[in-house]
Unconditional design. Sequence first.
Lengths: 548, 325
Amino acid sequence: MATRPARSFPGSAAAPARRRFAIAAAAATLAIAVAQSPATAQGAAANSELIVALSAQISSLDPHFHNLTPNNGLVKHVFDTLIATDEFQNLKPGLAESWRATDDTTWEIKLRRGVKWHDGSPFTAEDVIATFKRVPNVPNSPASFAQFVKPISSVQATDSHTLVLKTPAAHPLLPRDLTAVHILSKAVAESARTEDFNSGKAMIGTGPYKYVDYKAGDRVVLERNEGYWGPKPAWTRLQFRMITNGAARVAALLSGDVQMIENVPTADMQRIASNPQLEVKSAVSNRVIYLHMDTGRDKNSPFVRAKDGKPLEENPLRDVRVRKAISKAIDRNAIVERIMEKQAVPAGQFLAPQFFGTSKKLGPEKHDPEGARKLLAEAGYPNGFQLTLHSPNNRYINDEKVAQAVAQFLTRVGIDTKLETMPANIFFSRGSKLEFSFLLAGWGAESGDTSSPLRALVGTFDPSKGNGAANRGRFSNDGLDAMISTALTTIDDTKRGLLLAAASERAMELQGIIPLHFEVSAWGMRKGLSYTPRADQYTLAFEVKPAR
Amino acid sequence: MLVYSLRRIAQTVVVLLVTSVLVFAGLFVVGDPVEILVNPQADQIEKERARVALGLDKPLWLQYALFLKNAASGDLGISFVYGRPALEVIVERMPATLELAVLAMLFAVVLGIPLGLYAGLKPDSRIAKAIMAGSILGFSLPTFWVGLLLIMLFAVHLGWLPSTGRGPTVDVLGLQLSIVHWDGLKYALLPALNLALFKLSLIVRLTRAQVRENILLDYIRYARAKGLPRSRVLGVHLLKNILIPLVTVIGLELGSVIAFAIVTESIFAWPGMGKLVIDSIFQLDRPVVVAYLLITVLMFIVINLAVDLLYSVLDPRVRIDAAQA
């Protein structure tokens, strides 16, 4: 754990690069110098095998075992969900051709006809019912998918391809929940254990690819399902290699061992983009990087002190003017341009405006140190105070450097900010025990709408309702809670979108969190491959097309 | 001899117990596995469910007692992340690590001993000086930097070898091995070289020092005086004597290559145990970390024991009796 006082701002937000970055960058520089020469590129079209390097290990092929982005992305090649999502996470038909709420608590889902499982048997409503039964009951699951089927109180098949779902209360998020549940055949759902998926025995899906081989920690090999119901993918064979080290992933792309990589390190972005044989495709992700302030404690917040270092009895972070001042003190454009190498977008709310439930009125707060000082004076802290910012150092893109910049910006307006960073495994445990006063974290809205960050980050902490699960500042406002809960029970999409937007505006007005930026996710690939980058960060190889 | 072996076994059990206590306490202090494992989108109800499912709702002492009870019957727990027995997860990765370690040690020995011999016999020649300078580099350059450099040179620039990953495997007596045929071996060359570099430097320097010391001793002089050919003096008399300390070091280094190939395995995306344990530490997958360290400790104890026993066999001056243990 490195504690270092924020130095006066040196004029550049770029923090002194640590050795490992320097060396990675040096190696990458070398890479660009040599990569121009040899013709290692293989025509992707000539060979219909696509090899993709993933940036994380998958822990299992069981689609209901571990709710983890790398796992979820991979199993989408073999299994389908009832409802799928496009690159902005808008809903689109999957195994369900259509769905509608017949009243506030009843949903009717029409299933696609003529779909066959990889073993040739037909897909019917019985398979879906068996899947819903399995999801909450996977033994030893470290992160289950139970929450997505829990709101369903009963499932009935009115015919072989029509389902009627009942929920005890109005639950407009049901279609979004269903995008997370991969459907298994009845036979598999009733008998298969997690080991059977890893061994391939139970890998019988309806998806575009069939299982061939899986070597834990190394690779997954798939072959095309010629009987797939959807558009035929371009590649007869797919290979996913797991290369967690960023520099090694870039090297694998440069050497031609793989044709596509995910999560291009920011340091190598320009180098890949300027290589004539390669290109980078990027898209704003659903993850916001934000600051959370301790607004739960009236007194004696653990890391707040008076300007002279003496204990400060009252908690200045409870004053909305202080929180606004912190937001104004930060130059988001500088962070995005100099630390994130433009692989981020300044943020003014929970999700980028293209997503569902966002407000068109909210833009990023302007950098205004004068205004920040004025607000601090109004709040009774004309000289500021002392604060410690806690941040993970291996979880988000350049997290430590961003936190360093934030600490420096705050020190400039009088809030003397120390920085303490630590690995994510320590950070989140301590953060959830409320050991911090001021922290930097990120939130990826996997559902693709603002309901999840509103509920989890600024909803009042309430385990019985599942609200405020990641509210590590214990922000609480009754009015906002009411707005969120109304939105979460409004079935009509348009109305709900407006309610969510209004709740976002209110949350920003109260400054329950301070958003910094939205991360951009980037894929590097051989020139000529086409891929529409996705906000949910999934690498879906069946959507990659070869050169025309 | 019997008393000696019994004592060693008792010591082993104590060391294993202490290791398991340290890992339990250590990981408990680091953080809460549920915070890392559970999807951040999950609500408190799901977190609580996971806590119960993984047995983390019980007090630490009870978790440890349960672990001991199961460990006594050979069950080291179910991995939090993989949902499979921790031992099985580790053993599955073992062949990959073992073959890399063996290949690396082979590089180190086959290159290191001749180079060391040369440097010891002709210490003033330029080549010897170059060898010694090279060994200093081998010691001091960081492994991950050398690894990246090797990738850049041999995979990206020259395109001779694949950059990362493990090649196709072949079933050899029930073990999945990749280095027994060229298609797999070419994947292993760079990581093995990367891993071997440090050991190679060590063996070069050790061999040279041994040669310098022994070459001046009387038995070499007598052998020469007897008029034995140079090759016999070097190959039989000298080599035999300097091998004893070398074998000890090689044995122990093989242990460390197996247990701590973490950096090389990460850079070359080699699916071995080192990579597994580093991921497991980050994910606070306690059963895997505990099982891994217990296996490692056991491995070192066995190697040490084997070395001790071998000593008494190889060198008549060393005798093990009860008093010594």
